[in-house]
Design a protein around this ligand. Structure first.
Ligand SMILES: *Cc1c(COP(=O)(O)O)cnc(C)c1O
Length: 511
């Protein structure tokens, strides 16, 4: 047995765990500096080697490498030794999302300012649920929300809260929509009483191309995924206002109660933006809660050339915006905004130990009242540090640069012989296309493209996405990285051609 309290000379006592925490004592300060040093030394070494988006193994190889790693030791070991040991099985078996040819998903390279902020966030480890666990952070989050609501043109009484991302924000939007409708329509308090008996008549409208979390939220909210009625899209994958009117009329005729309309600002595949101004009108005329899922496209508030595409968003009842996409923040970082802050009454519960009502009377802000989670990270800080140090001008330049590269890529694909591009004039920065040499059967084309995507990844040439459009396989570039240039895209397309024609030869596909 060793004693925990050891007297060290006169007044300073030290404790057996002093080197494990960051604190004012000499051991804590020294240990902190050492771990930061070890981590940065190791990561700079590993990153300097990342000349390809992926240099790791195939799925079964990676699984084996990781299953060989010991998950715990009894005696502990130094961080430096551990980093050495996991270098090959773990550190190098990861996608390098900051590589110029990592252009698959809405998965961004994190800004250095965000990485630095993460160190501060985790060192303080504030929890945003109650004022006494977050103190100054509560007000930073509030100010950041005020900055955002102002940028989005929301009202004087708007409000918001940071969330884990788009899925949670969409869920919150539909939660508030559901509860405010039930209260207005039936005088039903869903928080206390649960759903009213006629809940099966409640319907949510969104486009066919809206994010799947609309259905998922409806299901989690007890309405069922079948409560979501999808509206047709036009040739640009934007919600059709004509069909929206038709669907609302159909629902009214059959005795259903449409209560929410979701507009998407930046669909996941095509980056298309629904006609937000017209949708706001339709919602207003029909008494629908208007939620805008701007998880992807919300970053247009920073753009010089594309900000007008957000017109209409200021009329939304609620907005989803993600910062771990086009705002380049480390995961996770998102926000949920409402035009009328009073709607947060539907997320408010009081716990005597955490956020007693007496606190509110004294003017103490406990942000848990506005959130669907309790313990919550201080993610607002990353956005704050980035907006301050990078500056909104450079943010605009970065985002606008990705739009230029997206348009150049679409043009390049148009000009090439063996490719077919679906969105010649991308609204945001995704390009959906495929390798499609003439005279090859549809089934073979689909298989070719599936195989090309996989080979590009496994051989470390590029990380690109694949998706299904109608029943066909397409490839997709999501051009979030402002360091990606048209030359990178050109090189990927050349690799695709080589891989594609090789595959045709080895499979003896006849043209
Ligand atoms: C990414 C995305 C979501 C989901 O957001 P998460 O942050 O992944 O939870 C929802 N809607 C749209 C349009 C998205 O692009």
């Amino acid at each position: 047995m060793h004693s925990l309290q050891v007297m060290k000379g006169d007044e300073t006592a030290y404790n057996a765990f002093d080197d494990l925490f960051f604190h004012r004592g000499a051991e804590g300060l020294k240990a902190y500096e050492e771990i930061v040093q070890h981590v940065s030394t190791k990561l700079t070494e590993v990153f300097s080697d990342f000349d390809q988006p992926y240099k790791g193994g195939r799925p079964d190889e990676v699984r084996k490498a990781i299953s060989g790693m010991v998950m715990a030791t009894r005696q502990g070991e130094t961080l430096r030794d551990l980093l050495e040991e996991i270098d090959v099985p773990f550190l190098r078996n990861n996608l390098h999302v900051s590589h110029e040819k990592s252009v698959a998903h809405l998965h961004c390279p994190p800004l250095l300012s965000g990485i630095a902020a993460e160190m501060i966030i985790s060192s303080y480890n504030q929890s945003m649920d109650s004022w006494d666990q977050s103190t100054a952070a509560t007000y930073v989050e509030r100010e950041m929300i005020a900055w955002l609501t102002q940028r989005f043109g929301l009202s004087e009484i708007s409000d918001g809260v940071f969330s884990s991302g788009g899925s949670q924000s969409n869920y919150m939007g539909l939660l508030l929509a559901r509860d405010s409708f039930c209260e207005k329509h039936w005088g039903c308090n869903v928080q206390q009483e649960g759903l009213p008996s006629a809940f099966k008549r409640m319907k949510i409208l969104c486009s066919e191309d809206a994010h799947f979390t609309v259905q998922k939220s409806a299901s989690q909210l007890g309405l069922g995924a079948e409560a979501v009625v999808t509206v047709e899209t036009d040739h640009n994958h934007r919600l059709s206002i004509y069909d929206c009117h038709e669907k609302i009329e159909m629902l009214r005729k059959e005795g259903s109660l449409p209560f929410a309309l979701v507009g998407t600002c930046g669909t996941t595949d095509f980056g298309s933006i629904d006609p937000l101004e017209e949708l706001a009108e339709v919602a207003g005329e029909n008494g629908l809660w208007f939620h805008v899922d701007a998880a992807f496209g919300g970053a247009l508030i920073l753009s010089r050339t594309h900000a007008h595409k957000l017109n209409g968003i200021q009329s939304a009842d609620s907005i989803t915006v993600d910062f771990h996409k086009l705002f380049y923040q480390p995961i996770s970082c998102g926000a949920f905004l409402v035009n009328d802050g009073r709607s947060f009454q539907y997320t408010n519960y009081h716990a005597d130990y955490l956020n007693p009502e007496a606190d509110e009377e004294e003017g103490i802000t406990n942000l848990v009242n506005k959130s669907v989670v309790t313990t919550r990270r201080f993610d607002a800080f990353k956005l704050f540090v980035s907006l301050r140090t990078v500056g909104t001008d450079r943010f605009a330049e970065m985002i606008d640069h990705t739009f230029v590269v997206a348009n150049q890529s679409a043009q390049l694909l148009e000009d090439l012989d063996h490719f077919h591009v679906l969105n010649q004039t991308p609204e945001l920065n995704t390009i959906v296309f495929r390798f499609q040499p003439r005279g090859i059967a549809r089934k073979e084309i689909n298989e070719l493209n599936r195989s090309i995507q996989q080979q590009l990844f496994e051989q470390g040439m590029a990380a690109i996405a694949k998706t299904k459009v109608q029943e066909d396989i397409y490839l997709k570039f999501t051009l979030l990285n402002p360091r990606t240039e048209i030359q990178d895209i050109d090189a990927i397309l050349k690799d695709i051609e080589v891989l594609g024609f090789n595959e045709i030869k080895t499979r003896r596909i006849t043209q």
